[in-house]
Design a protein around this ligand. Structure first.
Ligand code: FAQ
Length: 311
């Protein structure tokens, strides 16, 4: 049973009210939001790495400028989200430490390599497409700072998705070699993109409580289904084939039947055993270590200012 405080909190949620940083909240609500927003922030930051890999090799100056802008947006999203998480009482430094020692996750998708330029198209189209599918409903999430952050982030993600699809259109209508490259990127990114929505509903440990708290608005499987239904016609328009022989329209449910990703692979990636996990954490660790002199300088300066004020 809920305590009177918890009941009053749940009533506010049920009435569609937003929860703000200074409001009373159950410890579980606070913890789960720090986990989700913090992991979302880590994903944006780590998510710069696979695309950053192609900035120096973008095929034209225009594509390079667009990709640079997209990757900068992701840095901005990360900082925005760390700030939202900090309103719950955990510092960005603490969250970063947890990421580096494996106590906090980031999205599984960023543990896959970007082997060709078409992968940049596939990431914008599929990965940002999946991100939007998940984040549009989060604009209505119950925690105010998170919901508001999502509004701006979703606008930018829409541009990201369009630029990715535009790359895919160019490639799919280019030479045979370019078309093959586009197909190969779709083949490799399809199932990892489906994994972004999290495990199937029966394996999703947090869903029930998070939906009651309106931290989460839809279940993992609901959003995965919507993503497939939206994306299959886009693949058809490109003349590319979704790498799933079982894929077929189900008139009765008004959606596609599709094959589940390999969930063993998903859990292995979560445990750190994906193709690029070590490389990604290595890059974050290096950035953290390389920034130590700057953090030290900042805090030395702050101490000096403080001492001067006291004197
Ligand atoms: N990867 O019980 P559930 C982007 C973990 S978009 C890794 O279902 P929940 C933009 C989960 O944390 C990507 N771990 O969990 C961009 C939990 O473990 P924990 C970021 C995953 O929270 C695009 C366990 O499995 N977006 O970055 C994944 O109710 C292009 C059990 O799962 C967000 O973070 C996964 N895919 O639902 C940037 C959106 N799935 O924490 C650059 C906000 C599940 O207990 C380039 N997050 N796990 O140790 C959410 O909506 C939710 O947290 C879910 C998971 C839906 C991801």
């Amino acid at each position: 049973a809920l305590s009177p405080e918890e009941q009053a909190f749940q009533d506010r949620i049920d009435a569609g009210e937003r929860i703000e940083p200074r409001d009373w909240m159950p410890e579980g609500y606070r913890k789960t939001l720090i986990r989700q927003i913090g992991q979302h922030a880590h994903s944006e930051i780590v998510g710069q790495l696979p695309e950053g890999n192609w900035i120096t090799r973008a095929p034209t100056l225009e594509r390079k400028a667009i990709l640079l802008a997209k990757v900068q947006d992701e840095a901005g999203h990360g900082l925005y989200l760390y700030s939202a998480a900090e309103t719950l009482g955990e510092s960005r430094d603490e969250m970063t430490q947890k990421l580096l020692d494996g106590r906090m996750k980031y999205s599984s998708i960023f543990n896959y390599p970007t082997l060709t330029w078409a992968d940049i198209g596939a990431i914008g189209w599929l990965v940002d497409g999946a991100a939007i599918m998940n984040q549009v409903p989060l604009q209505r999430t119950s925690y105010g700072p998170y919901a508001r952050a999502m509004v701006r982030i979703c606008k930018e993600e829409s541009f990201h998705q369009r630029q990715g699809y535009h790359i895919m259109m160019k490639m799919a209508r280019g030479t045979d070699a370019q078309r093959e490259m586009a197909q190969d990127a779709l083949n490799r990114f399809w199932y990892p993109s489906l994994m972004m929505f999290g495990p199937s509903d029966k394996e999703s440990v947090h869903s029930a409580q998070n939906m009651a708290w309106k931290i989460k608005i839809n279940t993992n499987d609901e959003l995965r289904q919507k993503f497939v239904d939206q994306t299959v016609p886009q693949a058809e328009f490109l003349g590319l084939t979704v790498p799933d022989e079982t894929l077929c329209w189900n008139e009765e449910k008004g959606g596609y039947d599709f094959a589940e990703p390999d969930w063993n692979e998903f859990f292995e990636v979560l445990k750190g055993n994906g193709p690029c996990n070590a490389e990604r954490i290595g890059a974050r660790q290096k950035a953290w270590d390389d920034g130590a002199w700057f953090r030290d300088g900042l805090s030395a300066y702050a101490d000096k200012q403080q001492a001067r004020r006291m004197a």
